[in-house]
Write a protein that binds this ligand. Structure first.
Ligand SMILES: Cc1cc2nc3c(=O)[nH]c(=O)nc-3n(C[C@H](O)[C@H](O)[C@H](O)COP(=O)(O)OP(=O)(O)OC[C@H]3O[C@@H](n4cnc5c(N)ncnc54)[C@H](O)[C@@H]3O)c2cc1C
Length: 385
């Protein structure tokens, strides 16, 4: 079915991104996978060609774009090429909305130019060893110093994308004691410079997929965070998370839709080439039927995600909408990619083949940004259950 959300300027942008990936990323991506992340300078290169600052206002060195569609094109093109730009997606799609919505003018002046140029890479740290789905249970603590000039931060975070190379980390911390009658109160977001004393990066976590994006444990031991680095108002952290999670979930849905489409395309190509019993695998009726189902499901996910993208751009994507689109697209991708892998036989299990990497890379879509089960709790509440 024809897609209707992109115009010519998007097509030109897509061509530029595709060319950049082919020339500057594909040839070296295997090295990044071995290292666990791209070289630090690659982010400056992304800044140079404008990909980090697409949505940063022009006065701070960005492109001033309001729509998320250009970011969506970056997602589609990287997944189609089987590569990642390290933690770029967290930086541009997850962190920027917090800075745009809650940073003061002074903070924007301080951080956004470096954000757009790649000199300041960012991450967001919500999850802790003891809590992921239940963010109201965050235990990392930030207590005001006696002179009122700093927060003293103590605690630990885990699974932080980009945590190993980040210069600035948005840390969700408890600034008032836990109150069981107001579980969501008392959380704040602090922008913590990774160069601060007491900030340490623990082990880089070995994952089954997404090998070129680092995922780290972080620890804070009496880190002094200037009060000027509080984002927004103290105690409002949970509501800020709620405000930004729809975009985070949509971005994962868009990735899942792109992954499902890529899987179908790999399987069509492979099954046409592979001959068994004297004929191409594509000629078996089973292959045709499986791929007909997969192509249809992938397209349905894509169009659902496209529609949600239009709603987000219009400021109209609700928390429940985002949960539905994440649930549908990520579960669809899981099914489609698994079936497409099966059609590759043993080669589908060998990481040299793109379908194998896609299988491993996409598994996390159903987990991070809120698991499928958490999406179902949100949706069931929305339908009055
Ligand atoms: C590769 C990767 C990158 C990540 N990047 C980041 C990042 O940059 N920043 C960050 O803060 N976090 C990040 N995360 C963390 C991620 O968001 C969490 O892993 C996720 O939210 C799940 O939390 P958890 O792992 O603690 O699982 P748990 O919360 O312990 O869940 C365990 C199981 O319980 C189920 N469950 C939970 N609640 C319910 C319920 N109400 N009803 C039924 N079942 C339920 C879950 O669905 C799951 O199956 C990342 C994770 C990964 C794997």
């Amino acid at each position: 079915m024809r897609r209707t959300i992109y115009d010519e300027s998007h097509d030109d942008f897509r061509a530029m991104v595709r060319d950049f990936i082919a020339k500057e990323v594909v040839p070296v991506h295997h090295e990044w996978e071995k290292a666990g992340h791209p070289p630090r300078d690659f982010y400056r290169r992304l800044g140079e060609i404008g990909l980090l600052g697409i949505q940063v206002p022009e006065e701070f060195g960005g492109g001033g774009e309001k729509s998320l569609k250009y970011n969506a094109i970056v997602i589609e093109e990287t997944i189609a090429a089987g590569v990642m730009f390290g933690s770029e997606g967290v930086h541009t799609n997850l962190v920027l909305p917090y800075l745009m919505a809650y940073a003061t003018d002074e903070q924007k002046k301080r951080w956004l130019p470096g954000f757009a140029s790649g000199d300041i890479m960012t991450a967001i740290a919500m999850t802790e060893p003891g809590t992921g789905s239940d963010l109201a249970n965050i235990a990392t603590k930030a207590v005001k110093s006696d002179d009122g000039r700093h927060y003293v931060l103590n605690g630990a975070k885990t699974f932080i994308t980009g945590g190993a190379l980040a210069d600035l980390v948005l840390v969700v911390a408890r600034t008032s004691p836990y109150d069981p009658s107001d579980r969501r109160g008392g959380l704040s977001i602090l922008c913590v410079e990774s160069a601060s004393e007491g900030f340490s990066v623990g082990k880089k976590l070995e994952k089954i997929g997404l090998k070129s994006s680092d995922t780290a444990e972080l620890a804070f031991n009496d880190v002094l965070v200037p009060v000027e680095n509080l984002l927004g108002e103290e105690g409002k952290g949970f509501s800020y998370l709620g405000h930004n999670l729809p975009q985070e979930r949509l971005v994962i849905a868009l990735s899942a839709a792109a992954a499902a489409e890529a899987a179908v395309s790999h399987a069509i190509g492979y099954t046409k080439e592979r001959n068994i019993f004297g004929k191409p695998v594509a000629s078996f009726q089973n292959t045709k039927f499986v791929l007909a189902e997969c192509a249809t499901e992938a397209e349905a996910a894509r169009l659902y995600a496209d529609n949600a993208l239009e709603l987000l751009d219009a400021g109209d994507l609700s928390v429940a909408d985002a949960a539905k689109v994440k649930l549908l697209c990520t579960e669809t991708a899981g099914r489609v990619i698994d079936k497409c892998l099966q059609l590759h036989g043993g080669y589908g299990y060998i990481t040299e083949f793109p379908i194998a990497r896609l299988y491993a890379d996409s598994r996390v879509y159903r987990i991070y940004g809120g698991t499928s089960e958490v999406m179902k709790t949100i949706i069931s509440k929305d339908i009055g259950l």
